[in-house]
Design a protein around this ligand. Structure first.
Ligand code: PLP
Length: 393
């Protein structure tokens, strides 16, 4: 059976090949250390699990309204007010099956064939594919390593043309952990306002910020920017709830209404039980969120210092999320490999350490290591990488 053109155009995930290989090695009994995880390694806090259990016992096991429970929208609205002093009414919020699905629906309602979306590199792997699935064209703008992987207003200005519909800003970023300052966002925002570009602000790592830095949403900077922005967020990373699949979009009510209509024909509603869990996540204590953040920060500080001592590794110190994104071009050269992909493959083969090659994030000289794993495991992985470097030099 011939498949549709739209799926033929999808780029196969570079992480899939490495994950499949890592799993095959594990199945053979090898002690593989995987640093590919995109999720916190903590359990979902107990009070959230209890709330889900209670919801089921109380009979909340049926469909809900398509865009999510009104009570959850109120909880999200309250979160926006408390954390960012932003006002969003329930009509300006749509709850989805994870931030990923919220983004997917957003591009579906936003883009016509040929509409361009500016995607700064390095990018989260799903952005380009989601844009293409909606008929859009990704336009890549390089966030240069010397600028902590962030794009500048003049780079943005150069990428804009009359087909530009939107830009994605992901701060803090997966895979780099870079964080845009208020001033940087202000300058990018001016370009977006000037050219009437919609800003898709993916704030899923908002709660994971280190080194005393703070998160600013571009929507906080002026009423005009708020009107021009759709915020994407969710509970996956902040409350260690990746498997519950709750994310949301907030912004212009006409866009939100279109997303709700589309969802009503695809997912119907995000899982009812998870919605009750998300209410507890936002309305209950936020102590576990801060505890997890602190744990990530302490791991980052330790493993970063060790990582940059490996020959041929340089790394911009991340300000958020839970990834390190070192440039390993020199390390690849030192070990006689042609590409980072080959080097990553050999590392897995010889030392059983699974990293994600940067090519999948639009940055072929880098690799991504997730420290959402125990510190002991991460440190052992670094020792194995050092041994690999010695054995191949
Ligand atoms: N955005 C970014 C940058 C991510 O890294 C992820 C998950 O890895 C998501 C969105 C999606 O999160 P979820 O669908 O679990 O809410």
């Amino acid at each position: 059976m011939e498949l549709a053109n739209r799926v033929k155009a999808l780029t196969p995930s570079t992480t899939l090949a490495i994950t499949a290989k890592a799993n095959a090695l594990k199945a053979e009994g090898h002690n593989v250390i995987g640093l590919g995880a995109g999720e916190p390694d903590f359990n979902t806090p107990d009070h959230i699990i209890e709330a889900a259990y209670r919801a089921m016992k109380e009979g909340h096991t049926k469909y809900t309204a398509s865009g999510g429970l009104l009570s959850l929208k109120h909880a999200i609205s309250q979160k926006f007010k408390e954390d960012q002093n932003l006002d969003y009414s329930p009509a300006e919020i749509v709850v989805g099956t994870g931030a990923k699905q919220s983004l997917y629906t957003l591009f579906q309602v936003l883009l016509n064939d040929g509409d361009e979306v500016i995607i700064p590199t390095p990018y989260w792997v799903s952005y380009p594919e989601q844009v293409k699935l909606a008929g859009g064209v990704p336009v890549y703008v390089e966030g240069k390593e010397e600028n902590a992987f962030k794009i500048t207003p003049s780079q943005l200005e150069q990428a804009v043309n009359n087909k530009t519909k939107a830009i994605i800003i992901n701060s803090p970023s997966n895979p780099t952990g870079s964080l845009y300052s208020e001033d940087e966002l202000k300058q990018l925002g001016e370009v977006c306002l000037k050219h009437n570009i919609l800003i898709v602000s993916d704030e899923i790592y908002e709660k994971l910020i280190y080194g005393g830095a703070s998160h600013t949403s571009i929507a906080q900077l002026s009423p005009e920017l708020k009107g021009q922005t759709i915020i994407i967020n969710g509970v996956s990373k902040s409350h260690s709830m990746t498997g519950w699949r709750i994310g949301y979009a907030a912004g212009n009510s006409a866009i939100i209404k279109a997303m709700t209509n589309l969802d009503s024909h695809s997912t119907s509603n995000p899982t009812t039980i998870s919605q009750y869990a998300a209410i507890a996540a936002y309305e209950g204590t936020q102590e576990p969120v801060e505890e997890m953040r602190k744990a990530f920060e302490s791991r980052l500080d330790t493993v970063y210092e060790k990582l940059i001592k490996i020959p041929g590794f340089t790394c911009v110190k991340p300000k958020g999320a839970f990834y390190l994104f070192p440039n390993v071009k020199e390390a690849v050269k030192l070990t006689g490999f042609e590409t980072v992909d080959e080097w990553v493959s050999a590392l897995l083969e010889e030392e059983k350490v699974a990293l994600v090659p940067g090519s999948g994030f639009g940055s072929p000289d880098n690799v991504r290591l997730s420290y959402a794993t125990s510190q002991e495991k991460f440190e052992e992985a670094l020792e194995r990488i050092e041994r690999f470097m010695k054995n191949n030099s």
